[in-house]
Design a protein around this ligand. Structure first.
Ligand code: NAD
Length: 248
C-alpha cells in the first residue's frame, strides 16, 4: 500500500536510529525522502542508497537543525530539488543527562537548542511552503519524559515538554490551512541514544513496561506513517505515546 506516494518528506537527524527507521518506512510506502544530519558521511550515503533501491527519490543533506540559517537553506534546497515539502519530521535530538546539581549552563543550552529551537527553525521554514500548498503534516519527536518528567533529565524533559506545547500551539495557528501538527512521545526505544545507558537502568525501564520489552525504531516509524498520511487527516495538535504502555 503506497499511502505516501507523491509526497515529499524531510526528516531531521535521519542518518540513524528513529530518524533512519522513519526514512526507510516512508520510502517503503512511496514517499520521496530528504533527510538531514550533522554530516553527510558514510552512514548517510549508505542510507541514501538503501532508500533509492525502493524506487523513490532520496537525498541526504548535511545541515545543523539547531541553526536557523542552515534550516532555511535546507528547506529551500529540498523544495528546489523535490518540488514540494509535504511532510516534516522534527526528529533531531540529543541528551546531556545529569542531575540539576551538576548540570552546566552549556548542557542546558545545547539540549534546548538542538531539541527545541530546531523545531522552530524547520517549522518556520517549511510552513511557508505548506501554507502555499494548503496542505502538510508536521511531526515533532517528543518523549514520554516531556509529559511525566525524569530525574537526571531536566534539560531534555523541558525540551520535550516544550515540543509538545509548540505542537499544540502551531496546530491551532495553521489548521485552517489544512496543515496538521502532531507529536510522537516515544518511551524507551533501542537506539544509539539509549545504548549508552547502564544495563541496570535499561533493565529497570523494561521491568516497568507492560509489554516487557524496549521499543524498536520501527514501532515509532509506524506511528509516523499514520500521522504523515491522509489516514490521519482529521487529527491535529495531539500527542501519541509509543511506549509499550509505560506512560511515564
Ligand atoms: P540517535 O542519537 O540515535 O539519533 C539522533 C540523530 O540526530 C543522530 O543521527 C544525530 O547525528 C542527529 N543530530 C543530533 N544533533 C543534530 C543537529 N543539530 N542537527 C541535525 N541532526 C542532529 O537518537 P534516537 O534515539 O534515534 O532519537 C531520535 C529522536 O527521538 C530524538 O529527538 C530523541 O530525543 C527522541 N526520542 C528517543 C527515545 C529513545 O528511547 N531512543 C525516546 C524518546 C524520544
Amino acid at each position: 500500500m503506497n499511502i505516501l506516494e507523491g509526497k515529499t518528506a524531510l526528516i531531521t537527524g535521519g542518518s540513524r536510529g528513529i530518524g533512519k527507521a522513519i526514512a526507510i518506512a516512508f520510502a517503503q510506502v512511496g514517499a520521496n525522502v530528504a533527510f538531514s544530519d550533522l554530516a553527510y558521511d558514510e552512514q548517510a550515503k549508505a542510507l541514501e542508497a538503501e532508500l533509492k533501491k525502493t524506487g523513490v527519490k532520496a537525498r541526504g543533506y548535511a545541515s545543523d537543525a539547531s541553526s536557523y540559517m542552515d534550516s532555511e537553506n535546507l528547506v529551500n534546497e529540498v523544495v528546489a530539488e523535490f518540488g514540494s515539502i509535504d511532510i516534516l519530521v522534527n526528529n533531531a535530538g540529543i541528551t546531556r543527562d545529569t542531575l540539576m546539581m551538576r548540570m552546566s549552563e552549556e548542557m542546558w543550552d545545547d539540549v534546548i537548542r538542538v531539541n527545541l529551537k530546531s523545531a522552530f527553525n524547520l517549522t518556520k521554514a517549511a510552513q511557508k511552503y505548506m501554507l502555499k500548498q494548503r496542505q502538510g503534516s508536521i511531526i515533532n519527536m517528543a518523549s514520554v519524559v516531556g509529559i511525566g518528567g525524569n530525574a537526571g533529565q531536566a534539560n531534555y524533559a523541558a525540551s520535550k515538554g516544550g515540543m509538545i506545547a509548540f505542537t499544540k500551539s502551531v496546530a491551532q495557528e495553521i489548521g485552517a490551512r489544512n496543515i496538521r501538527v502532531n507529536a510522537i512521545a516515544p518511551g524507551f526505544i533501542e537506539t544509539e541514544m539509549t545504548a549508552r545507558l547502564p544495563e541496570d537502568v535499561k533493565n529497570g525501564w523494561v521491568e516497568r513496561i507492560p509489554l516487557k520489552r524496549a521499543g524498536h525504531p520501527e514501532d515509532v516509524a509506524n506511528m509516523a506513517i499514520f500521522l504523515a498520511s491522509d489516514m490521519s487527516s482529521y487529527i491535529t495538535g495531539q500527542v501519541f505515546t509509543v511506549c509499550g504502555g509505560m506512560n511515564k
